[in-house]
Ligand binder design. Structure first.
Ligand code: OGA
Ligand code: MN
Length: 286
């Protein structure tokens, strides 16, 4: 089968056609997909069924997968599978039910933030034949490129603090309740890290803004108020429509995103009784 790459917007997102993830793909096919991924930052593969084994096999070709330590949201005996879901069994959420409440990339509060993640849709809430629960993705690389030269100069060399606690406190304040995986992590794991405000992408050399509504608390060496203003200005810039791809889910979709050159946000526009079930794998390194 010939691999076909269909860009979804100018800045971000491409659908990859002509691959069947339920089978082992060739090195040549994988290389084309890998190139499409680092070029478009988000890739979408749709229209055929595959299982957790296929999901793990495909995503692990990009590098080593994260193995989860907490038992609650692990997919049936596979520590590589993290469940994202609003489904409850015996009154308990079976997955992370509030992932993506705020614009964020995954794991910036870690010394080594997550690499790419691949989300596989098993159940998608619907209304009148239309899918609900879209995920939006913004290109932090295209957003950087569009900054003025003086802003680029101002950002050069700055460091920012990212905190899991801020995400947790924001969720509680805004009426959502942070899920137990967040709380477990907040209680026992690394919760704060410092990273350059502009990251250079290890695979394509592009400069990416690394600052998010969800996790960034302050910029080092700057008065708090000024730091807050700059964070707000940059996070609003990143999510301008020209940098955003909105994914409308269908069951069996696999969407893989780069956590250096993108941010994402979920849309909570469905009712609690409508089931949404996703399985995610996460790469350890960019
Ligand atoms: C995630 C996430 C958003 C969504 O899995 O990291 O933020 O729409 N998901 O499920
Ligand atoms: Mn996420």
């Amino acid at each position: 089968m010939a691999v076909e790459v269909v860009p979804q917007t100018q800045a971000i997102g491409a659908e990859v056609r002509g691959v069947d993830l339920s089978k082992e793909i060739s090195q040549e096919e994988f290389e084309q997909i890998r190139q499409a991924f680092y070029r478009h930052s988000v890739i979408v593969v749709r229209d055929h069924a595959f299982d957790d084994e296929d999901h793990i096999r495909f995503s692990s070709r990009f590098g080593e997968l994260k193995r989860l330590k907490f038992n609650d949201f692990i997919g049936k005996g596979r520590p590589e599978i993290f469940i994202v879901s609003n489904v409850k069994e015996n009154d308990k959420y079976i997955g992370s039910h509030d992932a993506g409440m705020f614009w964020h990339s995954d794991g910036p509060f870690l010394k080594h933030p997550h690499g790419p993640a691949a989300l596989h849709a098993l159940e998608v809430p619907m209304h009148d034949g239309r899918a609900l629960g879209d995920t939006r993705f913004a290109s932090t690389a295209a957003a950087y490129d569009a900054l003025s030269d003086s802003m680029k100069q101002q950002l050069d060399g700055l460091l920012a603090v990212h905190s899991l606690k801020q995400r947790y406190e924001k969720a509680v304040k805004e009426g959502g309740v942070a899920d137990s995986s967040t709380m477990n992590q907040a209680a026992t794991q690394e919760t704060e890290a410092v990273h350059p405000l502009v990251r250079v992408h290890p695979h394509n050399g592009r400069k990416c803004l690394y600052v998010s509504e969800g996790y960034t608390t302050r910029i080092l060496g700057m008065p708090l108020e000024q730091s807050r203003e700059l964070i707000d200005e940059l996070t609003a810039h990143i999510i301008k429509p020209q940098f955003v791809y909105t994914h409308s889910w269908r069951a069996h979709d696999l969407v893989m995103w780069d956590n250096c050159s993108t941010q994402h946000k979920a849309t909570f526009d469905y009712e609690p009784q409508q089931r949404r079930l996703m399985h995610r794998t996460t790469l350890l390194n960019s």
